[in-house]
Design a protein. Structure first.
Length: 183
């Protein structure tokens, strides 16, 4: 919404992120992540092909969480919000059952899978201030995982300094029911 023309020329989907490499445009998170993985060291995917495949499968859960979170944040009606909160909570329970290593998905090393969950956790930090419902109350491992991801400088520095204000402004402009909860 209201994206500048120069950006729309770069991104056929109109979505972020976009990475410009020389004169080649890459779009979509998974494509950018794979390019970075194959281009720069150290690798961020596990060496074991089975674990790597499992990580890629769980990246889809990260995408589902982000999609449900978007619908939750943009809900115009209370019931729409409640339905999406339930979806997010259910996906977090699925993630809880999968997390056995610490502090990250696969253990001590940050990986692409962790980067895939970072945007969800970044936005949820803002949403939590309005929601009045601790989505992480029944998922202590997810809560620890979230804390480890959010403690990374690379994650904290991945957004602009006034990100929270900009995100809240967007929700206000779109008539989010969530924002009305905080009033």
């Amino acid at each position: 919404r209201n994206k500048p023309e120069w950006f729309l020329k770069l991104s056929p989907t109109g979505k972020v992120p976009v990475l410009l490499v020389k004169e080649t445009v890459l779009f979509e998170s998974w494509a950018i992540n794979e390019f970075l993985e194959e281009t720069y060291a150290p690798p961020l995917h596990p060496a074991d092909p089975l674990i790597r495949a499992q990580n890629r499968a769980w990246i889809e859960i990260a995408n589902q969480l982000s999609a449900a979170q978007f619908r939750m944040a943009m809900a115009k009606l209370k019931q729409e919000l409640v339905d999406q909160v339930d979806t997010v909570r259910s996906l977090l329970m699925d993630l809880e059952s999968q997390l056995v290593a610490e502090p990250f998905f696969n253990g001590p090393d940050f990986a692409v899978i962790d980067a895939a969950f970072a945007p969800f956790f970044t936005r949820q930090r803002v949403i939590d201030a309005y929601l009045g419902d601790d989505l992480f109350a029944q998922t202590p491992r997810v809560n620890g995982y979230r804390a480890a991801i959010m403690a990374r400088d690379s994650v904290r520095n991945s957004v602009v300094a006034d990100y929270d204000d900009l995100y809240i402004q967007r929700l206000q402009n779109d008539g989010s029911f969530l924002i009305r909860l905080g009033d």
